[in-house]
Design a protein around this ligand. Structure first.
Ligand code: 5GP
Length: 189
């Protein structure tokens, strides 16, 4: 049976690298759930591949139409998981990878639990080895100001409080081992 593979974890924990590797493995039969967002498109991003980039008005119309499995405001922009994305991909017999920030992920977990649809969900929280190591990784990326780094670390602490909602918590000490662990979680389920 096709599953929703929900992946969350603090910014800087390595989600991007992990997901890139997961998509290279045909045995996982993965498809990406493309979210809608009101955040401006970055130069390297493609409409309909990374996100559906929409206006605030359009996003709010989609909220009214109940188009979202969940949505949230994150750093002043809306982000939402479209029900249509999930349904289309599950109907194609694909496992659908959903990567959202932690509050959105907890909303999905609670919603599917309430609807007694937990059997279609695999929820995985990627845990940093420690907050010190997470800080080192964020600083190494060299993309953030000191203010942004502090904000990310504060948020990481909050996100880590939610990890017990997830079926699996994988500590990312070593990226290759982490990827193997996640692959076996998906394949064995
Ligand atoms: P970025 O702007 O860097 O692409 O993403 C910022 C954050 O938004 C990331 O933590 C990402 O996982 C999260 N995000 C992406 N899509 C969604 C979504 O549909 N819903 C929620 N709640 N968060 C999302």
């Amino acid at each position: 049976m096709s599953k929703i593979i929900l992946i969350a974890g603090p910014s800087g924990v390595g989600k991007g690298t992990i997901e890139k590797e997961l998509f290279k493995d045909p045995a996982l039969n993965l498809s990406f759930s493309i979210s809608a967002t009101t955040r401006p498109k970055r130069v390297n991003e493609i409409e309909g591949e990374h996100y559906f980039f929409v206006s605030k008005e359009k996003f709010e119309k989609l909220i009214e139409e109940n188009a979202f499995l969940e949505y949230n405001k994150h750093f002043d922009n809306y982000y939402g998981t479209l029900m249509s994305e999930i349904e289309t991909k599950l109907n194609q017999n694909k496992n659908v990878l959903v990567e959202v920030e932690t509050n959105g992920a907890v909303n999905i977990i609670n919603k599917l639990k309430k609807e007694k649809k937990e059997n279609i969900l695999i929820s995985i929280f990627i845990d940093p080895p420690s907050l010190k190591e997470l800080e080192r990784r964020i600083r190494k990326r060299n993309t953030d100001t000191e203010y942004q780094i502090k904000k990310r670390l504060k948020r990481a602490k909050e996100e880590m409080l939610c990890k017990s909602y997830f079926q699996y918590i994988v500590k990312n000490d070593n990226i290759d081992i982490t990827i193997d662990k996640i692959k076996s979680i998906i394949v064995d389920k």
